[in-house]
Design a protein around this ligand. Structure first.
Ligand code: DGJ
Length: 742
């Protein structure tokens, strides 16, 4: 990692080069003072003569910039490649920033004013972010741009662009701060985190859209002229639209080709995508969705955007995923659980739903303990008077009718079976049928005079209000202090409507979406600070808030409410584009499956769950002796292989979207061990599956199958000729190999 600034000859303006392991990001100050983009891609050497490349000729119908002396002529606003494009200056493409001034006009013109280089990576106040553990592992460049308006006319804005480059990685982390140094308040009407102007339009856009129970399916298609955006206005990153996209060379595949990724470290509304302009160049942008967003910035105040992680790879989508996996596993997830192997758990949700007693829970724990499970999670239904989903959210005290001896008693009975105890919460929600709602009907998000739209019979608490966050935290923390709890499942089961806050003035109502998420983060920060030993698993009706923002607080996330092994293949495949398998909660559930009514073999359900943090979501008492023995074997296998999940490199081998077999593998960092899984969705008549070619092994090493079909193979044979898939013959069959270097 090196970061160099060179001065442009003649005009003494800086050029900036941020150098990753095998990539370079470069930008520089145009002779007219605008900060322009130069390059993001393969490594190039810092070179002052590249300053000339910042300039672009004027076009017909393009507003002009007169070039200062000594240069002559003009450059076109509408064609320059900007680092952070703004509205109403003659660049008619999608802006990253727009501001409404006190005089009712909008827009700004940003000119370079200063820069500095900081060792390490400064934290973002109130926001989750990637981090550097030492000053030596990252460098941050900050560039100040100032609004060129005269201060007598309301100028005085400074926009600071932040770029962090990490040693040995090909990621650039960008965010933006906007500070009002003027004398009048202004209103931000859009403030995206980052924008990159790339030459040409020959890109495929890859996104991860979905829905409840089918999150993050991969979609890919060529860019067209105009804008192509993905975005959430739901107040959450959501099942439907994911805060990530990639731009791929059309020929790029899983293992080859140039790919650029854009991932937003944020859990609320987002918008991202690309615009292809009239000259067939591409602008990529990502940040908080401008719809429903305004921010009142009084003199002296600063607005901080969330950060975007830009990743670059010439080794295809697999290479891009490897960049994200390593960074998110090592420098986004934090706390003691970052480096610990996670417990094998059993969750009672699909076993009992709301209908349980302490005896029933203890019986499930006993049967789970007998096969080696380490943690029992009591899901929804233990609090208030909650026997279905119509009541009690917000009443975080034990349901005395259901659990008369209290939660502490349940916890101790679970512990007596040799398991740790985990508990479900949904802190951001309130049922109208609750003590909390009766006491504080104005604590939910609402707009006076409008009906309060319910989702799953519940309303959303107004976490933009610190007193609401405090009150809910006090209830949750009391439970965690009193009962022997080692794990929390943090759920969130509806999206935001009637987004208004009873505590904010009119000019700040546009801030509620973002302030709400800041409140969620403040709650999370308190939780992980007071209870550092508790493992927190994120959840939102499955994977509706599986994003880098939440991963900063919750090292693993329940990947989907869809526990069908075959449906999970596409969900887990799409999730792995950005997120390492160690962050993915995956459980074996009962058959017929509760979401799809499909029956698959227990072994296949287990092999698919072993792709993530392994657990069970069923009543083991219902299993026959054969399946129980299989469940015990799977649990033992999960324990033998979970170190691979923690630190191994993940490879997608066969894509369930394009064939009837899905396959993936994890390889230990020293290449001494690997776990390979293949699942056949539907068998075909008179068909022979091709051998499965592996990746990432030591070609010279001899590997022995210590689990799965027996055999010994050299790494080169496994990678060039492949593993035979002859065992896969029937629908829903799977095969898992655990390979060890001999
Ligand atoms: C949705 C979650 O995804 C489920 O796992 C379960 O916790 C239910 N909520 C409980 O209401």
């Amino acid at each position: 990692m090196v970061l160099i600034t060179v001065l442009t000859p003649g005009i003494n303006q800086p050029l900036f080069f941020l150098r990753g392991a095998a990539s370079t990001y470069a930008c520089g100050v145009h002779q007219n003072g605008l900060l322009c983009h130069l390059h993001w891609g393969n490594s190039i050497a810092p070179n002052a003569s590249l300053a000339g490349r910042l300039d672009k000729d004027v076009l017909a119908f393009s507003p002009e910039h007169r070039r200062p002396q000594p240069a002559v002529g003009k450059s076109g606003h509408d064609v320059l490649s900007y680092e952070y494009p703004v509205a109403n200056t003659g660049d008619f493409r999608e802006p990253a920033l727009d501001i409404l001034h006190a005089d009712g006009t909008h827009g700004l013109r940003l000119l370079y004013s200063a820069h500095r280089v900081i060792a390490g990576k400064p934290a973002l106040t109130g926001l989750p972010a990637t981090y550097a553990e030492t000053a030596a592992e990252a460098e941050t460049l900050e560039i100040d741009l100032r609004d060129a308006r005269e201060s007598s006319a309301g100028g005085g804005l400074i926009v600071t662009l932040s770029y962090t480059v990490f040693a040995g990685r090909d990621v650039i982390v960008r965010s933006t701060r906007i500070t009002n140094h003027g004398t009048a308040p202004v209103t931000l009407t859009r403030a995206l985190s980052a924008s990159v102007d790339l030459p040409g339009n020959r890109f495929d856009l890859l996104t991860l859209p979905g829905a409840w129970a089918r999150e993050r399916w991969v979609e890919r298609g060529p860019l067209r002229s105009g804008t192509q955006f993905t975005g959430s206005r739901r107040g959450a990153s959501s099942h439907q639209d994911h805060p990530f996209f990639a731009l791929l060379a059309p020929t790029a595949g899983e293992t080859q080709g140039e790919v650029r990724g854009f991932s937003l470290v944020y859990s609320g509304n987002h918008q991202g995508g690309a615009e292809v302009d009239q000259m067939f160049n591409t602008r990529a942008l990502l940040g908080i969705h401008p719809d429903g967003f305004t921010w009142h910035l009084a003199p002296g105040e600063t607005f901080q955007t969330p950060e975007v992680v830009l990743a670059y790879s010439q080794a295809g989508l697999g290479g891009l995923s490897a960049q994200y996996h390593r960074l998110y596993r090592e420098r986004l997830v934090r706390g003691v659980w970052r480096d610990r192997e996670r417990p094998i758990l059993i969750n009672n949700w699909e076993a009992t739903y709301f209908d349980f007693t302490a005896d029933k829970l203890a019986a499930i724990a006993k049967s789970a303990g007998a096969i080696g499970v380490e943690l029992f999670v009591l899901d929804d239904g233990w609090f208030g008077r909650r026997n279905d989903d119509t009541s009690s959210l917000g009443d975080w005290f034990t349901d005395a009718a259901k659990l008369p001896a209290g939660l502490g008693d349940v916890g101790h009975r679970i512990q007596a079976e040799g398991l740790r105890f985990g508990l479900w919460f949904e802190p951001e929600m309130i049922s109208t049928e609750s003590d909390l709602y009766r006491a504080h009907p104005d604590w939910c998000l609402h707009i006076p005079g409008r009906a309060r739209t319910e989702g799953r019979n519940q309303l959303v608490l107004d976490f933009s209000r610190p007193e609401v966050v405090d009150a809910v935290y006090a209830m949750v923390a009391k439970i965690l202090r009193e009962a022997p709890i080692g794990y929390v499942k943090w759920d969130m089961n509806r999206h935001l409507t009637e987004v208004g806050s009873a505590s904010l003035p009119a000019e700040r109502q546009g801030e509620v979406f973002h302030r709400h998420i800041l409140g969620v983060y403040a709650f999370a920060e308190r939780l992980v600070t007071e209870f550092p030993e508790i493992l927190v698993e994120g959840c939102s009706g499955g994977g509706g808030r599986y994003d880098p923002g939440m991963l900063y607080y919750t090292p693993q996330v329940w990947c989907s409410d869809n526990t069908d092994a075959i449906a999970r293949l596409r969900i887990q495949h799409g999730t792995s584009i950005v997120y390492p398998p160690c962050t993915m909660g995956a459980h074996v559930s009962a058959v017929p499956n509760h979401q799809l009514h499909r029956t698959t073999p227990l072994r296949t359900r287990g092999h698919v769950a072993l792709a993530g943090q392994f657990g069970f979501e069923l009543d083991l008492i219902d299993l026959d002796a054969t399946d129980l023995a299989e469940a015990k074997d799977l649990t033992a296998l999960a324990k033998r292989t979970r170190h691979l999940l923690r630190s191994g490199d993940h490879h997608r081998l066969l894509d369930p979207n394009t064939g009837n077999v899905a396959a993936w593998m994890l390889v230990a960092p020293d290449q001494g061990e690997a776990m390979v899984t293949a699942v056949l969705a539907l068998a075909e008549p008179n068909w022979r599956l091709q051998p499965l070619r592996l990746r990432g092994l030591d070609p010279k090493a001899l590997y022995r199958g210590v689990h799965g079909p027996a055999g010994e193979w050299t790494g080169d044979v496994l990678m060039e000729l492949g593993l035979p898939l002859t065992a896969l013959k029937q629908d829903f069959q799977s095969c898992l190999w655990h390979l060890r270097r001999v």
